[in-house]
Design a protein around this ligand. Structure first.
Ligand code: NAP
Length: 452
């Protein structure tokens, strides 16, 4: 029996488990999918915006994989934490695949970045997604004006959640505390700001268009600013997504605002120079940039201040080093060759990676499928050598418990789901997420095989 641990139950972890279990090259395989949280699905549960119900429904597909009899979900297990360093994991399993994503945010590196009122967008996402590590009520929705730095899909998500009325979010699984805070929000203006031009924005067109379809928000763009982009006048030569983005923005430039309650200002060619304010954030100073003709920008020496009492920095995720595993600081990934972990340039037997920690935080959810497949193929090709390491002693579950972990098994997760459905009913809503560790573990407790 080839025993494999997949660390992380987001899309890359679940797709890896699926590729390892549903193959015929190695007849007997048992896959444990471990997660630090008691809940599965990673960023599909804790990153995809609550109003993106169609993408959220992917949880159903991931669930079917985790219910495969060859696969076992074990939540509330911190691989790489105390008692479970990578070398101990290799004593419990023939192979370990780390699918731990990119757990932190990149920094702007400008003065004032850490002023109260300035947050990484990923923290804001975690808050409205009920991530149990996120403290409630920290976000200053008493702000009237918010700046979102960056023009990727995460920036679009947070701008949309700020501009969408809470009433529309009531039907989603957004936690009750966040919903109440959003109901009280006084934010009327959201400025989403890119340092380069519209043809270099990272958002995708479907996500961009959604901003224009919000019930009570106008999207404002400035034609003169868009026109700084050489591709604005004739976007035909651009790659398809960039061309469609520019076409949408051109259309918006020609529209008159409808006078809605909220406004999203889409700004370009402005790079952050400093966050302003004494004891809390009061605005952002941007330097006007100009295209350098090679896809980049240069500073113009002219500055513009945008007032803001809330700043969300949305400039990308970054992988985090795990103690005991090699890490490429420059790229923010674990060095690897087709998913095989490299230590000092050589393959490290039994250790693999897939997803963002393997290739960096890019692509959509589906990008993880071929990425996971590549890693699984490499691992299965190594199966003989892995099995030659010998039969492992007890069920790894015992080893995990001996290491001080208190795993939440699938039945525990089902109990959490039932508790979230009951919470929703009590609030006259559909399923509502439980946002704290104590609540999640209390819901899981008592079900067979879970910490009591
Ligand atoms: P992203 O797509 O890499 O966008 C990061 C943005 O931050 C870019 O506009 C980038 O500008 C800007 N930026 C980086 N450093 C900056 C700096 N120092 N100052 C000012 N701006 C800076 O990252 P993301 O939005 O976090 O998304 C991560 C991944 O998740 C992407 O693959 C995304 O598509 C995916 N995602 C998808 C969805 C969806 O499909 N609905 C939702 C959320 C996330 P430059 O281009 O100039 O570097």
């Amino acid at each position: 029996m080839l025993r494999i641990a997949v660390v992380g139950s987001g899309p890359s972890g679940v797709y890896t488990a699926e590729a390892l279990a549903r193959q015929e090259a190695v007849p007997q395989v048992a896959v444990d999918v471990l997660d630090r949280l008691p809940c599965p699905y990673g960023l599909v549960r804790y990153g995809v915006a609550p109003d993106h119900e169609k993408i959220k429904s992917l949880q159903g597909n991931l669930r079917r994989v985790l219910e495969d009899p060859r696969i076992r979900f074990l939540g509330n297990v911190t691989a790489g934490g105390p008692g479970l360093p990578p070398e101990r994991m290799l004593e419990l399993y023939h192979a370990v695949v780390y699918c731990v994503g990119a757990a932190t945010d990149r920094h702007l590196g400008v003065p004032g970045e850490d002023l109260p009122g300035s947050f990484s967008a990923t923290r804001f996402v975690s808050w409205y997604s009920a991530h149990p590590d996120e403290a409630p009520d920290e976000f200053l929705l008493s702000a009237r004006s918010a700046v979102v730095v960056g023009v990727g899909n995460v920036a679009v998500d947070v701008a949309r959640i700020l501009a969408r009325g809470a009433a529309e979010l009531r039907r989603t699984d957004v936690p009750e505390e966040a919903l109440r805070a959003l109901e009280k929000s006084r934010v009327t203006d959201v400025h989403m700001v890119g340092r380069r031009g519209p043809s270099q924005a990272k958002f995708t067109t479907k996500e961009l268009r959604e901003l224009g379809a919000l019930a009570d928000a106008d999207v404002l763009v400035r034609e003169d600013e868009l026109a700084l982009d050489p591709a604005y006048a004739d976007p035909q030569a651009l790659p398809a997504v960039a061309r469609r983005n520019v076409e949408v923005l051109r259309d918006w430039a020609g529209r008159l605002p409808a006078g809605h309650r909220r406004r999203i200002h889409l700004r370009f060619f402005l790079r952050p120079a400093a966050l302003l304010g004494e004891d809390k954030v009061a605005g952002v100073r941007f330097e006007r940039t100009l295209p350098d003709g090679q896809g980049g920008v240069r500073g113009s020496g002219a500055f513009e201040d945008i007032d803001a009492q809330l700043v969300l920095r949305s400039v990308g995720y970054r992988g985090v080093a795990m103690e005991g595993l090699p890490f490429d600081e420059a790229l923010g990934i674990v060095p690897n060759e087709e998913g095989r972990v490299l230590r000092d340039g050589g393959r490290s037997p039994g250790e693999y990676v897939a997803g963002w920690i393997k290739r960096g935080p890019t692509g959509v959810i589906g990008t993880n499928r071929p990425c996971a497949k590549e890693t699984a193929t490499a691992l299965l090709a190594d199966a003989e050598a892995l099995l030659a390491r010998g039969e492992l002693s007890a069920d790894p579950l015992e080893g995990l418990r001996a290491a001080g972990q208190r795993p939440v098994e699938w039945t525990g997760w089902e109990a959490i789901e039932a508790a979230e459905a009951a919470l929703g009913r009590s609030l006259d809503r559909a399923t509502v997420k439980i946002p704290d560790w104590a609540g999640l573990l209390a819901a899981a407790a008592g079900s067979p095989g879970c910490p009591g």
